[in-house]
Write a protein that binds this ligand. Structure first.
Ligand code: FAD
Length: 402
């Protein structure tokens, strides 16, 4: 009864899509170009919408077991004064969960554990898709120098911000552009005594933040305005200088970091929205579809929403309207993909716009007068404003699978 799907990319979005599609009866193969999946970055915060999607996929509890709820924290200025408080307990009352922080590697492990061995092929780089036949897709990939073409009823393009499939399917689209910021981040080697579960500090054209994990170690990130491509021999030393004089615990976090653990990436986003999240039997998802700046902590959450929405649309009940036997029909699959596009594109693109705005009004502001106005407005904001800003994007109700 089920069709066969190839998911391109074994990141958060691709793995979640594979779990969801399997749950509604599809045979799924994930092709991931990386040879190993152990080292997948620093940490991540998941909002209620992401956690609700994970619950629908059946991995919410496994993720919670590795995550730390963010009850305390907020936004500060470099001298240490408070701009806004984050009230995790109020968020929990409103949404059933506060934001949680988790090492990316633990989130990936939890997602991979929900897939059967053999459904994920690593070292498999997809080179192109052929969508000329409306009933299916031919996927070409290389693995260890060997070329292989697979036939699929459906392809999920979850190949990230620099998506090769997006570039192939939308040749006129300009692709991702540099946001103007760069991010340096790491997980500390050992636990660091911290008063807050989560914190962001805004200076002029720069932000420093941390999230704490259950074992007391923390992820820190330093985001600052910079041209793309600037790299340093000793990145940690550069961060120490750039954030010198910023309040505690920033020096302690940097002191607890092994320089070899430091990651440095430029931040790119899709400024020009895609005209569609589907082309024939290919559905784009996650950063491939709507790469956004990290200012709202919503990129992965949106990828998880995509995954659940796609799976729900492609469940037998949703795709067999013209078949009494509950068998997926070609027209049912095409209609499901159209629904996926209609449901996901407006919402994820609106969140991406809001993330860009948040970056421009927050971390990226560098003129002293603009920074003064920003900080004054934030201090004067009524209590509850920060909570409402989070609720605007995090209060999402997932569809049921089947
Ligand atoms: P990716 O995670 O990029 O995965 C794509 C995968 O596809 C990769 O494994 C790649 O190797 C593979 N691939 C690429 N090309 C091919 C190919 N041709 N063939 C086979 N495989 C291929 N989001 C949040 O929700 N909360 C946060 O707190 C948060 N913080 C962030 C902080 C920073 C600094 C940044 C940069 C982003 C942050 N995000 C956050 C966003 C989040 O990381 C991304 O939105 C999310 O990882 C996207 O997942 P994805 O699966 O779409 O793409």
């Amino acid at each position: 009864m089920g069709g066969n799907a190839v998911v391109v990319g074994g990141g958060i979005g691709g793995l979640a899509a594979a779990i969801g599609l399997r749950a509604v009866g599809w045979k799924v193969t994930v092709l991931e170009r990386a040879a190993a999946l152990d080292d997948v970055g620093a940490g991540i915060s998941l909002h209620a919408n992401g956690m609700r999607a994970l619950d629908v996929l059946g991995v919410g509890e496994a993720v919670r077991a590795e995550a730390r709820p963010q009850y305390t924290g907020g936004t500060r200025v470099p001298s240490g004064g408070r701009l806004a408080r984050m009230d995790g307990a109020a968020l929990e009352r409103a949404l059933g969960t506060p934001i949680v922080g988790i090492p990316r590697s633990a989130l990936h492990r939890a997602l991979r554990a929900a897939l059967p061995a053999g459904s994920l092929a690593v070292g498999a780089e997809v080179t192109s898709v052929d969508v000329s036949d409306p009933r299916g897709v031919r996927v070409s990939a290389t693995n260890g120098g060997e070329e292989r073409v697979r036939e699929a009823d459906l392809v999920v393009a979850a190949d990230g911000v620099n998506s090769r499939l997006r570039a192939q399917l939308f040749p006129d689209h300009p692709g991702p552009v540099h946001s103007g910021s760069t991010v340096v981040r790491a997980i500390t080697e050992a636990p660091v005594p911290l008063e807050s579960d989560f914190e962001l500090t805004w200076g002029r054209g720069a932000e420093f933040g941390h999230i704490v994990f259950p074992d007391g170690r923390a992820e820190w990130h330093a985001v600052f305005n910079s041209p793309a491509g600037v790299r340093h021999a000793d990145t940690l030393a550069v961060i120490r200088r750039r954030f010198e004089g910023w309040h505690d615990p920033i020096p302690a976090l940097l002191d607890a970091t092994d320089p070899r653990a430091v990651l440095h990436h430029d931040i790119h986003e899709l400024v020009t929205p895609l005209p569609s999240f589907t082309v024939g039997r290919v559905a784009l998802l996650g950063d491939a579809a709507h790469a956004m700046t990290p200012n709202l902590g919503q990129g992965a959450c949106q990828a998880l929403e995509d995954a659940v929405t796609l799976a729900a649309a492609l469940a037998p009940a949703a795709t067999s309207a013209d078949s009494a036997a509950g068998v997926r029909t070609a027209s049912g699959i095409d209609a499901a993909l159209a629904r996926y596009d209609a449901e996901r594109r407006p919402r994820s693109q609106a969140v991406a716009r809001a993330a860009r705005r948040a970056g421009r009004m927050g971390q990226q502001l560098s003129h002293p007068v603009a920074v003064f106005v920003r900080d004054t407005l934030l201090r004067a904001a009524p209590s509850g404003a920060a909570l409402r800003a989070i609720l605007r994007h995090a209060d999402w109700t997932p569809p049921r699978l089947g």
